[in-house]
Design a protein around this ligand. Structure first.
Ligand code: GDG
Length: 479
């Protein structure tokens, strides 16, 4: 951000890339969040005097812009009522289930929609204030789908990109939304609308043609004001070399061995790592696994399932319910099938540092990722990046975006419990030769298409739009 408080590149996301922490002296401070998105965007942010606009979490008073770890951060304030209606309500109680195949029933409330509009207006106003003339603004995710259009009205000089991290549903589901037209028009404010998969982009294009009546051709929408909008797939990825480096470190290697020891050195360690969310298929996978133990196909003396369920959206009703269901199942399975010091499932409702995640990935023989629907699923890719030894098996849902790229995984339909049991057994009985063949192919995909390549390809596409218009973006140093 320049001295005038303006930036040539602005990232707009629901959350800032930092978390509130208490400093050792008791004063409040910030810690950079570990996500791949932050590491991918930081270099471009630096090269372009960029700024990041987002909610800092909590309801504390309006905070002034600040610099943390070299990133210019611009906080947007939310009231307690807005957190309830915009964030927990419309974002996570309406859009999240609607966009994930209605795995849970979406709720439609007019007050939630009103809060969504108000908060989107606030983000757009902040972006309009911070963006320099002809700047590039990149808006992220389902919480902010109205921002592109609102921002374009305020600042027609800007280049605006939007990226949706979750699936974009087929028309049959999207049309339930009472505010469907407003959302489509909101997104059309962008020059480039990015999706995880080509199917999401096609759903969007078709809806725009049918519902808004614009002319479309392949991935382009032609607007009456002569502007065109491109809707295409940009599958997100991870900082693959960062994960591999971590996994190769001595400390992580030792920790991986320690984890296996603490579990009684099982011959097979199955692992699940997810935000505790009903879309992730945690219950179904644990049911499939526990049936294999009950059937005598697996034995608690030499196999264990470690399930990390990171606390998430804990005040939303459907999340309270799924947590209870999972915990009941784990209690029952361990009560019925476990032995002293040998639980069938080792369940951890907690979040861990990145090093611990890497150690778990290294320790796991079989990684089990079985969402009912998932935009991409980064956990699957992180596991692959950490298996530099070429071993390890991935059981992956066909309904995760990652299945499009990781074709060599043991692919499963999470609605088919018997099919899932078979895939767990097949992965468990596979030979080293078979596993390394599959892992090698998947590692090539993940290493070649990392998160930096993803960010570069989106931003390059954005800078190609209306080439005569706006200031070209400077590439990150070293790229
Ligand atoms: C959305 C879309 C899309 C989890 N627990 C801990 C922890 N994590 C990290 C994982 C991974 C990330 O959180 C989760 O990413 P996923 O992709 O698996 O899922 P969502 O949170 O639902 O993400 C998804 C993604 O956006 C990106 O576009 O792939 O489809 O739903 O990186 O490692 N990290 C640490 N401790 C934990 O306890 N440090």
């Amino acid at each position: 951000m320049t001295a005038s408080g303006k930036a040539d590149l602005v990232i707009v996301a629901n959350r800032l890339p930092v978390d509130r922490v208490d400093n050792p002296d008791g004063t409040p401070g910030w810690r950079r969040s570990p996500g791949g998105l932050v590491s991918a965007l930081e270099p471009v942010l630096r090269a372009n005097d960029g700024a990041w606009i987002g909610w800092p979490g909590g309801t504390e008073d309006d905070l002034e812009p600040f610099v943390e770890d070299g990133m210019s951060l611009v906080p947007v304030h939310l009231t307690a009522q807005e957190i309830e209606e915009f964030y927990e309500g419309f974002s996570n109680g309406t859009l999240w289930p609607l966009y994930h195949d209605v795995v849970a029933k979406p709720e439609f409330h007019r007050e939630w929609w009103d809060a969504y509009v108000t908060v989107n207006e606030r983000f757009a106003a902040k972006a309009a204030e911070v963006a320099a003339k002809d700047a590039t603004v990149w808006v992220h995710d389902y919480q902010l789908q109205l921002v592109p259009q609102l921002l374009r009205e305020l600042r027609p000089d800007l280049r605006i990109g939007f990226y949706l991290h979750i699936p974009f549903p087929p028309g049959e589901l999207f049309q339930q939304l009472p505010w469907r037209r407003q959302i489509l028009e909101g997104l059309l404010g962008a020059d480039v609308v990015g999706f995880q998969l080509a199917g999401g982009a096609q759903n969007f294009i078709r809806l725009v043609r049918q519902r808004v009546g614009h002319k479309t051709h392949r991935d382009l929408v032609y607007l009456p004001d002569e502007r065109t909008v491109r809707a295409a797939a940009y599958p997100i990825s991870i900082d693959a070399s960062g994960f591999e480096e971590l996994a190769r470190s001595k400390a992580v290697g030792e920790r991986a061995a320690e984890i296996r020891r603490a579990l009684g050195n099982p011959s097979k360690l199955f692992l699940g790592v997810d935000r505790l969310d009903y879309t992730k298929g945690i219950l179904a996978r644990l049911r499939a696994y526990s049936e294999l133990i009950a059937d005598g196909e697996l034995d608690v003396e030499d196999a264990v399932f470690v399930q990390v369920a990171t606390p998430s959206r804990e005040r939303v009703e459907q999340y309270i319910v799924i947590r209870e269901e999972i915990e009941q199942l784990v209690g029952r399975v361990n009560g019925d099938l476990g032995r002293i010091g040998r639980p069938a499932i080792s369940y951890l409702h907690s979040s861990y540092p990145r090093e611990e995640m890497a150690a778990l990935y290294r320790a796991a023989d079989i990684m089990v990722v079985t969402p009912y629907r998932d935009g991409m699923n980064l956990v699957a890719k992180e596991y692959i990046a950490c298996r530099y030894d070429g071993d390890g098996a991935l059981v992956l849902s066909e309904f995760a975006g990652a299945a499009n790229e990781l074709r060599q995984a043991w692919l499963v339909n999470p609605y088919d419990i018997n099919g899932m049991k078979q895939a767990l057994l097949d992965a468990n009985r596979s030979t080293v030769k078979e596993r390394t063949k599959r892992m090698k192919a998947m590692r090539k995909t993940v290493v070649e298409n990392d998160v930096k390549a993803w960010a570069d390809s989106f931003l390059q596409e954005l800078s190609r739009v209306r080439e005569s218009h706006g200031k070209p973006l400077r590439p990150a140093r070293g790229s």
